[in-house]
Design a protein around this ligand. Structure first.
Ligand code: PGA
Length: 249
């Protein structure tokens, strides 16, 4: 049985003081032993999040990292820095990073390998644009993104990896994919992983849906066979996240 994940992607929101207030508000709402709960916070909020979430059921994730160990990369953060702070997860290749910060399939792959080298679990994002969906090339596109992301990733690492399917047209638009649309692609991703690593890895790997997930839509999405939870943006900044975590109550 794959355990459901509710991961909040805070994006560029909340100063450390605001993060403290949000965590204080959310912590009593996100208790559910059936679910792995992750707050992916801005770098600057990591220390306060780690401190406040110590001993709780919530893990801390980052939203990005660099693919090199260290060096002359002004403004960047390394995997080792995150690990040493107590971070356990890191989002890699979010569509906003691909769109605004020139993230490519190649940098995504390098970052995944670097995350594992530093004991971080990557949450790897993929997803198509509205034009690609309308052209009917969604599955080909996703297959390319997944295949490129997993180059040189071992089967053991692949099992641990979390994939987030996030159709770009559904992110921050309030336009959530139907459960059938989300399931179709998540199932296809699992088949793609089976093609790369075999059935055992495909059965274990967790695949999330992301894009306007809310307390209202989470129960039907998370009930689908190949959807193992959600990567949540807007609703992760509100009490609604508690309803997402408790989707089965
Ligand atoms: P959204 O964002 O829930 O606000 O659509 C999801 C994401 O981008 O991870």
């Amino acid at each position: 049985m794959r355990k459901i994940i509710a991961a909040g992607n805070w994006k560029m929101n909340k100063t450390p003081q605001e993060a403290e207030a949000l965590i204080t508000e959310l912590l009593p709402l996100v208790n559910n032993d059936d679910v792995d709960v992750i707050f992916c916070v801005p770098f600057i909020d990591i220390p306060v999040a780690i401190e406040m979430l110590k001993g709780s059921n919530v893990s801390v994730g980052a939203q990005n990292m660099h693919f090199e160990d260290k060096g002359a990369f002004t403004g960047e953060i390394s995997a080792k820095m995150l690990y040493e702070c107590g971070v356990e997860y890191v989002i890699i290749g979010h569509s906003e990073r691909r769109q605004y910060f020139a993230e490519t399939d190649e940098t995504v792959n390098r970052k995944i390998l670097q995350a594992f080298a530093n004991e971080l679990i990557p949450i790897v994002c993929c997803g198509e644009t509205l034009e690609q969906r309308e052209e009917g090339i969604t599955l080909d596109w996703i297959k390319g993104q997944i295949t490129n992301a997993f180059v040189n990733v071992s089967a053991e690492q692949a099992k641990e990896t979390i994939i987030a399917y996030e159709p770009i047209w559904a992110i921050g638009t309030g336009k959530v994919a139907t459960k059938e649309q989300a399931e179709e692609v998540c199932k296809f991703i699992r088949e793609t992983i089976a093609g790369l690593y075999g059935q055992e890895v495909a059965e274990e790997i967790r695949i999330l849906y992301g894009g306007s997930v809310s307390g209202d839509s989470a129960p039907e999405l998370f009930a689908m066979e190949d959807i193992d939870g959600g990567l949540v943006g807007g609703a992760a900044l509100k009490a609604d996240f508690g309803r997402i975590v408790n989707y089965n109550k």
